[in-house]
Structure formats: structure tokens, C-alpha cells
Design a binder for this molecule. Structure first.
Ligand code: 5GP
Length: 209
């Protein structure tokens, strides 16, 4: 029998790199992968559902949760507060369920410290000019906002070496294949597994260390 602890898959990317689409498509391919719904003080965008895209809370509610130590990580991004509920992560890990998090680089660094075995994946657009073009195609942002996002993208890209994997999003299908492959390979890591066969005595991982 194989027992496996749940794993945390943390995905970060500068805005415009296509992370939301990649995460959504990867979750469709791997329906047993749970998703960590973040808390945010940002107002909902059209079509976003409270409780499944984000838990939308007021600044006061966010501060109260933070003061009670309910967040495994939190950060201010583009002027809004975002946080991951610690109890949700712990329940997934304890229940042997893998969980995907779409969070920024500050949050990823905090989670790395708290859960050293977390798998960190960074997604980039093929070039800065491509990223700029994608941000402009959205047309939802004013020029000043686009420049602000590009500056922040440069800062975020500078942290890529602290991630375990890098996915270059040239083509959505290729990038989804890559992200799915990373998750499947990490699931098979022996360090995450406990194997017991009734007719075979196997040393535990601890016996090797
Ligand atoms: P958006 O509001 O555009 O969906 O997300 C803005 C940024 O906040 C993205 O980089 C996203 O990954 C990040 N983000 C979303 N949820 C969280 C969270 O719970 N914690 C942190 N640190 N960042 C988050």
C-alpha cells in the first residue's frame, strides 16, 4: 500500500504571464488537485465568485484574521492585501491532498520558509516585450497601471532562482503540459511516499537518513 502526504504547489508569475489560465487548465486536467482560495481586500472583478475565486473581505476583516495568526502567508500586491488561510493548507496536507496556490513572490518566499518541501513554480512570458503586449491587449488597465505592473514584473522575475521550476509560457497547451508533468513527477517522489507491502519489509525513509 502506498501512502502519500499532500504536497503544496505554489505558482507565481508577473501579471500578464498567463498564470490564471494555466492554473485553471491544469486543475481541469487534474481534478483531484485542490485549490487554495485566497482572501483579499480587492473588490471582485466581473464574473468572479466569492468563495471560489477569492474570499472577498474588508480591510478590517483581513486585519482581524491576520492578528489571529490565521494566514500561512500574506502580502500587499498592487495596493491590496492577499492571504492564504493556514488551516486550509494544513487540512489538505494532513488529508493527503495536493493543493495548488496562485500567489505572488513575497507569499511564495514565506511559504518556502514555513513548508520547505513545497514545490515552487515560476511562470514567465517569453520576453518583456511580449509581456507588455499582453498587458496592453487586456485594455483594462490605464497606461500608468501598465507601467507599474511592468516595473513590478521586473522585480518579480529577479526572484526566479528561488523557485524549483521555470515554465516559459509561449504556448498555453505546452505550458499546461509542463505544469501538469511537474505535478505528476513530484507526486512520485519517494520522499513523499510511504510504501508498505504485506510480504516485503521495506526500510522507512528515516532509516536511510
Ligand atoms: P489578482 O488580484 O490580479 O488576481 O492577483 C494579483 C496578484 O496577487 C497575483 O500575483 C496573485 O498571484 C497574487 N495573489 C493572489 N492570492 C494571493 C495570496 O493569497 N497571497 C499572496 N501573497 N499573493 C496572492
Amino acid at each position: 500500500m502506498i501512502r502519500r502526504r499532500g504536497a503544496l504547489f505554489v505558482v507565481s508569475a508577473p501579471s500578464g504571464a498567463g498564470k490564471t489560465t494555466l492554473c485553471r487548465e491544469t486543475r481541469q486536467r487534474l481534478p483531484d488537485l485542490a485549490y487554495s482560495v485566497s482572501y483579499t481586500t480587492r473588490p471582485p472583478r466581473p464574473g468572479e465568485k466569492d468563495g471560489s475565486d477569492f474570499c472577498f473581505v474588508s480591510a478590517q476583516e483581513f486585519q482581524a484574521l491576520r492578528a489571529r495568526g490565521e494566514f500561512a502567508e500574506w502580502a500587499q500586491v498592487h495596493g491590496n492585501l492577499y492571504g492564504t488561510r493556514a488551516s486550509v493548507l494544513q487540512a489538505a496536507l494532513d488529508g493527503g491532498q495536493d493543493i495548488l496556490l496562485d500567489i505572488d513572490t513575497q507569499g511564495a518566499a514565506q511559504l518556502r520558509r514555513r513548508y520547505p518541501e513545497a514545490v515552487l513554480v515560476f511562470i514567465v512570458a517569453p520576453s518583456m516585450s511580449e509581456l507588455e503586449q499582453r498587458l496592453r491587449e487586456r485594455r483594462s488597465d490605464a497606461e500608468k497601471e501598465i507601467m507599474r505592473r511592468l516595473d513590478r514584473a521586473r522585480e518579480e522575475i529577479a526572484t526566479w532562482r528561488s523557485y524549483d521550476y521555470l515554465v516559459v509560457n509561449r504556448d498555453v497547451d505546452d505550458a499546461v503540459n509542463q505544469l501538469t508533468a511537474i505535478i505528476l513527477a513530484e507526486r512520485a517522489r519517494t520522499s513523499r511516499l510511504g510504501l508498505t507491502l504485506p510480504d516485503l519489509e521495506l526500510p522507512s525513509k528515516e532509516a536511510h537518513d
